[in-house]
Design a protein around this ligand. Structure first.
Ligand code: RB5
Length: 148
């Protein structure tokens, strides 16, 4: 067992900026034990979501953090981009069940959300579920191994 606190990376494009910043405040209030790395974006200027997916994916792959949250307008582009990286399992979730399954069955190391499609309240509830649900392992680990 280690006492190292968990580190979580966050990033968004302009379409996910408002929700990303809201999530950052929510995590700081409700999960003060977590370290956070905010990879931007930091303003409303138009940017390209693959650049932000790459920052979080690489941070996980370098073991700077254990997991991440990515937000773009729909969550679609940024999840596609993150899943280009071997070892990344980015899940775009849209209800409580997919949030739960993303961890229980897929052991998603990145949660993706849509800033223009998901309310702040729903997003934070999905995050709670994803963070608190344990990975079930077993047959699901065999399937994850096949991805690699
Ligand atoms: C940016 O306008 C938008 O295309 C992007 O945030 C995302 O929704 C792409 O999937």
């Amino acid at each position: 067992m280690t006492n190292t606190p968990m580190t979580l990376a966050l990033a968004s494009d302009h379409g996910g900026l408002e929700l990303k910043n809201y999530i950052k405040s929510y995590l700081a209030t409700h999960y003060p034990q977590y370290n956070m790395l905010d990879f931007g974006t930091q303003d409303t200027a138009s940017v390209d979501y693959p650049d932000y997916a790459k920052k979080v994916a690489q941070s996980i792959l370098k073991n700077e953090c254990e997991c991440g949250i990515l937000v773009c307008g729909t969550g679609i582009g940024i999840s596609i981009a993150a899943n280009r990286f071997k070892g990344i399992r980015a899940a775009l979730v849209h209800n409580d069940f997919t949030a739960e399954m993303s961890k229980a069955h897929n052991n998603a190391n990145i949660l993706c959300l849509g800033g223009r499609t998901t309310s702040k309240e729903d997003a934070c509830r999905y995050i709670d579920i994803w963070l608190k649900t344990p990975f079930e392992g077993g047959r699901h680990q065999i399937r994850l191994d096949k991805l690699e």
